[in-house]
Design a protein around this ligand. Structure first.
Ligand code: TEU
Length: 526
């Protein structure tokens, strides 16, 4: 077996696990998770078999968007702990061989950030230009037609200074002006602050948003919009996102990460393949290591679509671009809610056997499915502003169920969001020793991926198979593994001859059973 070269960076074969700090483990009895809680539960993450954790924002925040409204880029939200608690968590993670990534939110700050307080104080304040201020349109009203991702105009009138400011998300999340050199320097200093403390990299929030077209032209109307989808999609975000200057800043961020050596940058980018691939940059002037690929979340769950998705994405990558796949997040619906638990097992196998770095989201390893949030407990600002179209994000932000004790061992009091209704049986302790549990399946898949360079690093080739079956080969050096996934709830023909190393189901069968996925070692060729 060919052994991977030691200079292959860890994140190529590694797996990232997203922790949503508010909902992982409460250690001080306020119903909200915190850093000491995460530290206490690190062994769960180690036992799972991932390589890195990415923490959603932990910085001081009024929590209008649950941490994605940052009031200090170089601090820790008191609800989560303090810098000392962060240093302890980082040391504890490193001691267990886990990397730790933070969530950098460069597009906007909180309106309570001292920079914005200064910026809105007067038109002549030295920080005025750190945010995006514009006069009203000639006939009055907002400067252009841009719509906030959370609905309504992206411009908010400030009566005191007689101008509008831009906010791509909530009005309490004013967009920063990356064209201002002082702002840019301050943001790079914030990245250095965390790199100096030892963080292994960043997931960068809405990276493709950070620079806007000069002159702020109107965005074109989207002819495909209908009232069943978000208001944001009324327009095509042509001038408000994906500007060349944003790519240039990504390249500078990468240069900084490289300066520190071995630090990873993951960019949150939602774009079609051709434009998405540009976020890798060029070998001479690289941008992010991994532009997040959300196509397993966005695209239909059937063999033909997945096959086409994999083929088109692979074909779009530049030669130096390493792929990655995401199957859940704090924004997306739970995978098991979307496709059902039986297929969620197949999805786990797909995620962990595709070519590219997988990111998995806390709770998906337990197969948490639909969680109905009673109307009076809805907290997500996006849902509160655009109710009724099914975009609520609370349903994937519910607390981790650890055991069947009070509040699932997450807290000693009622948590900030309800638990999954089946928490008494669907929790870490219950699944821990159960050979048929989702948790056991994830652990086995991660162990196999770690043991087999063909899975962690190998090439991928899609293989023709029966209807509803997605099949591919992974190959590294002399090692070859085969994957066959039955996307239907009927039996299908097994496309390969070989020894089953791992099935998503208990027992064995010659064919592919309904909703079965298998990894095989090929039989030697006759
Ligand atoms: O999300 C960016 C983003 O594109 C979201 O608007 C996404 O489309 C939506 O949540 C799907 O329902 C990032 C963060 O992940 C999200 O939690 C933040 O609210 C947002 O940026 C603003 O910082």
């Amino acid at each position: 077996m060919a052994l991977p070269s030691p200079d292959i960076p860890w994140w190529r074969s590694g797996t990232v696990y997203q922790v949503y700090p508010r909902s992982f483990q409460d250690s001080d009895g306020d119903g909200v998770g915190d850093l000491a809680g995460i530290e206490r539960r690190l062994d769960h993450i180690v036992a799972l078999g991932v390589d890195a954790i990415w923490l959603s924002p932990i910085f001081p925040s009024p929590m209008a968007d649950f941490g994605y409204d940052v009031a200090d880029y170089c601090g820790v939200e008191p609800m989560f702990g303090d810098l000392a608690a962060f240093d302890r968590l980082l040391a504890a993670a490193h001691a267990r061989g886990l990397k730790l990534l933070l969530d950098f939110v460069p597009n906007h700050s909180s309106d309570r950030h001292p920079w914005f307080v200064a910026s809105r104080a007067s038109r002549t304040n030295p920080k005025r230009d750190w945010y995006i201020w514009r006069d009203a349109a000639a006939g009055g009203g907002p400067p252009n037609n841009w719509i906030s991702d959370f609905g309504g105009s992206a411009w908010e009138w400030d009566a005191a200074t007689g101008q509008y400011y831009l906010h791509a998300f909530l009005k309490s999340q004013p967009d920063l002006n990356w064209r201002n050199p002082d702002l840019k320097r301050a943001m790079f200093d914030a990245m250095r602050f965390w790199f100096d403390r030892g963080v292994d990299g960043f997931r960068i929030d809405v990276l493709w948003h950070i620079v806007k077209a000069d002159g702020f032209p109107d965005n074109p109307v989207n002819p495909a919009w209908h009232p069943g989808i978000t208001e944001r999609d009324r327009l095509i975000q042509q001038h408000s996102t994906d500007q060349p200057e944003a790519h240039a800043i990504a390249a500078e961020m990468r240069a900084l990460a490289d300066e520190y050596g071995g630090r990873l940058l993951i960019g949150e980018i939602f774009l079609p393949n051709d434009r998405h691939a540009r976020w890798y940059g060029t070998p001479e002037r690289a941008q992010v290591h991994l532009p997040f690929n959300f196509q397993l979340i966005e695209n239909a769950w059937d063999a033909a679509t997945l096959r086409a998705t994999i083929a088109a994405y692979e074909a779009s990558l530049p030669p130096h671009g390493w792929p990655n796949w995401v199957i859940g997040s704090h924004d997306a619906p739970r995978i098991a809610a979307r496709i059902g638990e039986a297929q969620a097992r197949v999805a786990a196998m797909l995620l962990l056997t595709l070519r590219g770095t997988p990111t998995l989201y806390q709770g998906d390893e337990l197969g948490i499915g639909q969680v109905d949030i009673p109307p009076e407990r809805v907290r997500d600002p996006q849902e509160l502003r655009q109710p009724g179209i099914g975009i609520g994000r609370d349903r994937s932000r519910t607390p981790m169920p650890w055991d069947d004790s009070a509040f699932a061992g997450f807290s000693t009091v009622e948590p900030w969001l309800p638990l999954n209704a089946d928490w008494r049986t669907r929790n870490v302790a219950a699944q821990d020793g159960d050979p048929s549990s989702m948790l056991t399946l994830y652990r086995r898949l991660l162990a196999l991926r770690r043991a087999r360079p063909a899975l962690g690093l190998g090439d991928i080739a899609l293989v023709e198979a029966d209807r509803d079956v997605l099949a591919y080969e992974r190959r590294y050096g002399g090692e070859r593994l085969l994957v066959a996934l039955n996307l239907s709830d009927e039996p299908r023909a097994m496309p390969f001859a070989g020894e089953v190393l791992l099935s998503t189901l208990a027992g064995r069968d010659d064919g592919l059973r309904p909703n079965e996925g298998v990894v095989l070692s090929p039989s030697p060729r006759p």
